[in-house]
Write a protein that binds this ligand. Structure first.
Ligand code: SRM
Ligand code: SF4
Length: 597
């Protein structure tokens, strides 16, 4: 009879009834109280199943739950202890205020914590802020935490996110507790995880958008944080959702990028009639550091199935991505091996149904004309309300500035701020009557709401102040360049300048009008910080991988080089021609010649 079939009292009696163990010592050693209790329980269990000790056969020899010796470092570390289970280790490190070893450096990235060695024996924490939407109470607490436990300043990242740094090991539990207490998270912000999901920074307020992508973005983020299987990918994975407004998300640089289009009237795709409405085009395999944009998968995804389809596409990657070679592990590499059709078929197998095929010749959605038209004051779809795009120089923001930003958004907006992938911010929901006040407040803060053709699209990765990969001081150089160029020339069109400190391309230099890739340069026997110079990159409708026009230019030399390039462009361009168009219509030799004359 099973215990469940007994009355509660009888079941309790049976559970507590034990069969004493026949042993009181092992190899002459008297058993301890715990050992006796354990063995009593063991023999009671046998009796319960009608067995005696003599009935027991040794366990068949089975293969250990294979931690293959062939596993590469990262996969082995994940198998030995799932990084999401490493919190007790984090507590241990905190208690001793000690630096993690190589394995735990890797595991702690699942908590968003990056150990900054050799730059510093402290942590940087990357948060996750789906869609870049952050509330004033969150800004305030992050600012306070930054002041009390970190360096006192933060960076807005190229995934519309925040990073704080110089957190001592002993402060990591308090840091995490405090950011979590205001509904923020850093779980899965680094390593083999789905990174911060981006959406249009003007989602829900852009008068031109086809669909508000924020609800999808937030639903997706919520599912991910609650699914352990989505925290063990072969490599990093980027997802972006674009609702088709004027301010994009650079979705084509992501592993998965969805962009909304509108089908005005029913349209035939093979035998199927596709009703009019809004759909997403899905692109896959972007990784600009590998000089690859995402490719269109030829399907139309209905908004109501978008989350499901994205999750299926992610799971197919999880199951099939390369876990043996980190350099060939991105979705892009899987798609180099597979066709896009094969990837689509595998996604459909998981979904259990076929996706709508995009009809041949369906015009792809148009992107924003200029990538940084988000800076300035713009009317929202909600009458009488405006969003104000603000340039934050290379994304650096102090805790004082952040607190004031929270205050401005509370006083004159809706207590919300949007972070952008251009390392800037947008203050939404400002009534007409408050626009002038906000403009003044922003300037007083040390930021600018005025569109600057040079500064609004100036992006720089962390650089060598903290990143071990960096060859140069990208953020510092970016600001110096802007100061220099502003004095020398006046642009009448926006030009994006992206500076990355190494080929990892965190600031996506290949998609800048001008892309600068950090390198070391030897000048008269001296090693200096410098850059390779690319031109003509772009994304969306202007999608192009920049071409390297000069290599190894020292930073001091870079200033007059860029001045010359821009001056030549202003002088020699055709009417209305953008810098990208101008550089694209010349071959590299010609560009080198005219830029050096
Ligand atoms: Fe990145 C690694 C900073 C966006 C490609 N990135 C790093 C590390 C963690 C270096 C490290 O492993 O120690 C950098 C931390 C430095 C620090 O202390 O701040 C770092 N990446 C950044 C950020 C902060 C740059 C910024 O200034 O904004 C961006 C954080 C985004 C976020 O909030 O999640 C950042 N990194 C990107 C992007 C752009 C994007 O994701 O949209 C890319 C290129 C696009 C792409 O998908 O490849 C990017 N980071 C990399 C790579 C190369 C990955 C590859 O497949 O080749 C690495 C190295 C790696 O993963 O092994 C890397
Ligand atoms: Fe560091 Fe290189 Fe990324 Fe810059 S591009 S943050 S140097 S990894």
């Amino acid at each position: 009879m099973s215990i469940e079939a007994l009355s509660p009292a009888a079941a309790l009696a049976k559970q507590t009834m034990t069969t004493p163990s026949p042993f009181d010592s092992i190899q002459g050693e008297k058993l301890t109280h715990e050992q006796t209790a354990y063995l009593d329980g063991f023999f009671s269990g046998l009796r319960e199943r009608g067995l005696t000790f003599g009935n027991l056969a040794p366990n068949p020899v089975t293969a250990a739950p294979a931690i293959s010796t062939d596993l590469i470092f990262e996969e082995r570390v994940k198998h030995e202890l799932h990084p999401l289970d490493s919190y007790p280790l984090l507590l241990e490190h905190a208690a001793a205020n000690k630096a993690p070893d190589k394995e735990n450096i890797y595991r702690f990235k699942w908590h968003g914590l990056f150990f900054l060695t050799p730059a510093s024996e402290k942590f940087m924490c990357r948060l996750k802020i789906p869609g870049g939407v952050i509330k004033s109470y969150q800004l305030r607490e992050v600012a306070k935490v930054s002041q009390e436990l970190t360096s006192g300043y933060m960076q807005i990242t190229t995934r519309a996110n925040l990073q704080l740094r110089l957190i001592e090991p002993k402060n990591t539990p308090e840091f995490l507790r405090r950011i979590q207490s205001v509904g923020l998270s850093s779980k899965g912000a680094g390593a083999d995880n789905i990174r911060n999901i981006t959406a249009n920074p003007t989602a829900g307020i852009d008068p031109h958008e086809l669909i508000d992508t924020l609800p999808m973005c937030q639903e997706l983020a919520q599912i991910i944080i609650n699914d352990r299987a989505l925290h063990d990918l072969p490599r990093k994975f980027n997802i972006a959702l674009d609702g088709g407004g004027v301010i994009g998300t650079v979705e084509d640089t992501n592993d998965l990028g969805l962009k909304a289009i509108k089908i005005e009237a029913p349209i035939k795709s093979g035998e199927t009639e596709i009703p009019a409405g809004v759909y997403f085009r899905m692109k896959a395999g972007g990784a600009t550091g590998h000089q690859t944009f995402a490719n269109d998968m030829g399907v139309l995804v209905k908004p109501e199935e978008a989350v499901k389809v994205i999750l299926a596409a992610t799971r197919v990657y999880i199951a099939n991505g390369n876990r043996g070679d980190r350099k060939k592990a991105r979705l892009k590499h899987l798609l180099d091996k597979w066709t896009l059709e094969q990837y689509r078929d595998e996604i459909e197998k998981l979904l259990g149904y076929k996706l709508l095929r995009a009809p041949e010749g369906l015009v792809p959605p148009k992107s924003a004309e200029f990538p940084h038209s988000h800076v300035g004051v713009y009317a929202q779809k909600q009458r009488g309300l405006n969003y104000i795009g603000v340039t934050v120089p290379v994304g650096n923001i102090t805790s004082k500035q952040m607190t004031r930003l929270a205050e401005i958004s509370d006083l004159y907006g809706s207590g919300e701020v949007r972070l952008t992938v251009w390392q800037n911010v947008i203050i939404p929901n400002v009534p007409d009557a408050y626009v002038e006040t906000v403009k003044k407040a922003v300037v007083k803060l040390g930021f600018d709401w005025k569109q600057s053709h040079l500064r609004s699209g100036l992006i720089a990765c962390t650089g060598n102040s903290y990143c071990k990969f960096a060859s140069s001081n990208t953020k510092g150089h970016a600001l110096e360049l802007a100061n220099y160029l502003e004095k020398k020339l006046e642009l009448d069109q926006p030009i994006n300048i992206h500076l990355t400190g190494c080929p990892n391309s965190c600031a996506q230099h290949y998609m800048g009008d001008i892309g600068l890739l950090g390198t070391k340069v030897k000048v008269s026997g001296e090693t200096l910080e410098g850059y390779h110079v690319c031109v003509g990159g772009g994304f969306g409708d202007r999608q192009a991988v920049g071409r390297q026009v000069f290599s190894g230019v020292s930073f001091e030399q870079l200033k007059p080089t860029l001045e010359k390039m821009l001056t030549v462009y202003l002088k020699k361009r055709n009417a209305g021609e953008t810098f990208q168009q101008f550089t694209t219509r010349h071959d590299l030799n010609t560009l080198q010649t005219i830029f050096s004359e």
